[in-house]
Design a protein around this ligand. Structure first.
Ligand SMILES: Nc1ncnc2c1ncn2[C@@H]1O[C@H](COP(=O)(O)OP(=O)(O)O)[C@@H](O)[C@H]1O
Ligand SMILES: Cc1cn([C@H]2C[C@H](O)[C@@H](COP(=O)(O)O)O2)c(=O)[nH]c1=O
Ligand SMILES: [Zn+2]
Length: 198
């Protein structure tokens, strides 16, 4: 369980920090993001939350987890917009960070340099097992990285792959259980082998 590092950075030195929550689909990234943001609100901190405008699976504005926890957010199309909307807040939350471009790295560094706690959640890999968008870079610059895991729907082991049930070329394909399954390494490789032979 992640324990907040406290306010040492901001109080003593005026700088904040970056936290990344990453893993496959269904691994609990959004739940964990919502948990940390709710706790920040309980601490009377001013919180702003963002998601990429393309993620409209459940709701235009809310961030919604697979088990239907939700929190209000501001959809943005460009990472730089986050700087405009987070002027006076203490904590910035960002979901589906994999859908932003590399400009997000500069944006979150600026926010942390300016004293804000920045918490990002995003997929580490796409369905081909390739690192997704700015996530590798974000994990490199973050002070804290939490890797969360789903349960393999095939065998019950720990899953860290998002298996796309129908082969499709594009990296971005929004979806849920209709399109994706959480799978362990062994079941992911098995699924890919079957798809290649079809
Ligand atoms: N295969 C799975 N493994 C673990 N949790 C799952 C699985 N399928 C559905 N869930 C549900 O998804 C919830 C996590 O949802 P969420 O936080 O939105 O995940 P993520 O943002 O990582 O996709 C779990 O608490 C559980 O209720
Ligand atoms: C693996 C993978 C996923 N996506 C999409 C599918 C969902 O809309 C989001 C991930 O949501 P979650 O909160 O992590 O469950 O990303 C995609 O576009 N491409 C992929 O390869
Ligand atoms: Zn498995």
């Amino acid at each position: 369980m992640f324990i907040e590092p406290g306010t040492r950075h901001t109080k003593d030195r005026g700088t904040g920090w970056i936290e990344v929550i990453s893993g496959s689909m269904f691994s609990g990234k959004t739940e964990e993001l919502i948990r940390r943001l709710n706790r920040a609100r309980i601490a009377n901190l001013n919180v702003e939350i963002f998601k990429p405008g393309i993620d409209v699976r459940y709701d235009e504005e809310d961030i919604v987890s697979h088990n239907k926890n939700s929190i209000r957010s501001t959809p943005v199309n460009m990472a730089e917009e986050i700087l405009l909307y987070s002027g006076s807040c203490d904590v910035v939350g960002i979901d589906e960070a994999q859908f932003f471009d590399d400009a997000l790295v500069d944006v979150v560094n600026k926010l942390a340099d300016a004293g804000k706690r920045v918490i990002l959640a995003g997929l580490d890999m796409d369905s081909n097992g390739v690192p997704f968008g700015p996530m590798p870079h974000l994990m490199a610059v973050a002070e804290y990285v939490t890797k969360v895991h789903a349960i393999c729907v095939n065998c019950g082991e720990i899953a860290h792959y998002s298996f796309r049930k129908s082969a499709s070329e594009s990296q971005i394909l929004l979806g849920e259980h209709d399109v994706y399954e959480a799978r362990c390494r062994s079941c992911y490789l098995e699924g890919q082998k079957i798809q290649k032979n079809e």
